[in-house]
Design a protein around this ligand. Structure first.
Ligand SMILES: NC(=O)c1ccc[n+]([C@@H]2O[C@H](COP(=O)([O-])OP(=O)(O)OC[C@H]3O[C@@H](n4cnc5c(N)ncnc54)[C@H](OP(=O)(O)O)[C@@H]3O)[C@@H](O)[C@H]2O)c1
Length: 339
């Protein structure tokens, strides 16, 4: 079988497709024919050597893949040959709160990931895909979908329908987060540097949109749009360039879910800005298999279809990475491994 591999830090040019030997399945292992892999900003960070964890040897990159069970090893009971499954970002975080043990390994980070024709995963690291989602759509759920779900429904301060969710930019986490929030009856406010992308967001049902370049004080606009209340949850993906405005844009008792740093990490937040308004900042690190199952069940019930900006064939993985790097996408970039 063919798989891509990359030495973390060696950059996108080093991403190469090679032949991998098959290996026997150990007890509780499952062989999966991968159909689709979605890219995340994190995959660019792995390529550039800027990810949290790194390794000295090449790995198969990418955390997010969906496919079909080809074979099961001894003792497997959770899935059968032919089942449609997605891999869970942290193979050992099954449910409950996080712990060092549960996040000790992450697909496409310190261990092999999903950008391969076939992968072998432990049965506990798999979630079944509902019939409503294609492989391409399901491949967006393990990182982007779970992160947004965790921020809005698990780590926030009891969000309820009618509350407001603020999303920064129109990348994978933010657009999928907007779709999830909208489908759950939440008011959505999304920002972008592009009026065209904001129009696409309105076409998808975003309640309010703000161009963060032409309206640099966008947090004030968020307050104005919510009659001074602010957003109950902010999906903070911006980092040092946005975090203080995100705090200002949050409601009393609201949650600033610290997710990413597309403008770089760092910056200073004055703790007093959280004090009287009882705002909470909470770190989000993707989530568990249980959250993956929850967000996919939610997609099935609501009919949610993740926005796919563009699909590249397997042979054009480098092009897919470069397209993602250009920032011109809206929603998710996917590699179809079968083409
Ligand atoms: N902690 C976690 O568990 C977790 C999980 C997933 C992702 N992340 C992090 O979350 C961030 C987003 O990931 P992603 O995969 O969604 O990335 P992505 O698809 O590449 O999205 C990047 C988007 O960010 C927007 N952006 C850039 N600079 C911005 C700024 N100054 N203010 C507001 N928006 C800005 C741009 O949107 P426009 O083009 O519309 O301006 C850009 O398209 C990354 O830092 C990633 O590492 C963390």
């Amino acid at each position: 079988m063919r798989a891509y591999q990359i030495l973390p830090g060696a950059n996108i040019d080093a991403l190469q497709c090679i032949d991998y030997p098959d290996r026997e399945l150990a007890p509780f292992e499952v062989r999966i024919r991968v159909h689709a892999v979605s890219l995340n900003y994190r995959d660019l960070m792995v390529a550039s050597g800027n990810y949290l964890v790194t390794v000295d040897d090449p790995i198969i990159p990418c955390s997010d893949g969906a496919g079909e069970v080809l074979a099961v090893g001894p003792g497997v009971t959770r899935v059968q040959v032919g089942d449609r499954v997605a891999g869970s970002f942290f193979p050992h975080w099954i449910d409950g709160m996080t712990s060092a043990d549960k996040i000790r390994h992450a697909l496409g980070g310190d261990i092999d990931g999903m950008l391969a024709e076939e992968v072998v995963l432990h049965e506990e690291a798999l979630a079944k895909i509902p019939a409503s989602l294609s492989f391409v759509e399901a491949s967006t759920m393990p990182c982007a979908g779970v992160t947004a779900w965790n921020a809005i429904f698990v780590s926030s301060n009891q969000v309820k329908p009618g509350d407001t969710v603020l999303l920064l930019g129109t990348g994978g986490v933010s657009v999928l987060g907007m779709q999830i929030a909208k489908a759950a009856g939440l008011r959505t406010i999304i920002t972008s540097s592009s009026d065209d992308k904001l129009q696409r967001a309105r076409d998808l049902g975003a309640h309010h949109t703000i161009n963060y370049q032409t309206v640099p004080e966008w947090h004030e606009e968020v307050l104005a749009l919510t009659q001074g209340r602010g957003a109950n949850v902010v999906l903070e993906v911006g980092g040092k360039g946005t975090v203080n405005r995100s705090v200002s844009a949050a409601s009393m008792g609201g949650t600033i879910a610290i997710i990413g740093g597309v403008s770089g990490f760092g910056g200073e937040v004055n703790p007093a800005s959280l004090l009287a308004s009882a705002k909470r900042m909470v770190g989000i690190f993707v989530g568990s298999r249980g959250m993956l199952e929850d967000v996919m069940r939610f997609a099935e019930v609501t009919g949610l279809k993740p926005v796919i900006d563009r699909v590249f064939p397997f042979g054009q993985a480098q092009e897919a990475y470069r397209y993602m790097e250009s920032g011109s996408h809206f929603g998710k970039v996917v590699i179809d491994v079968t083409k």
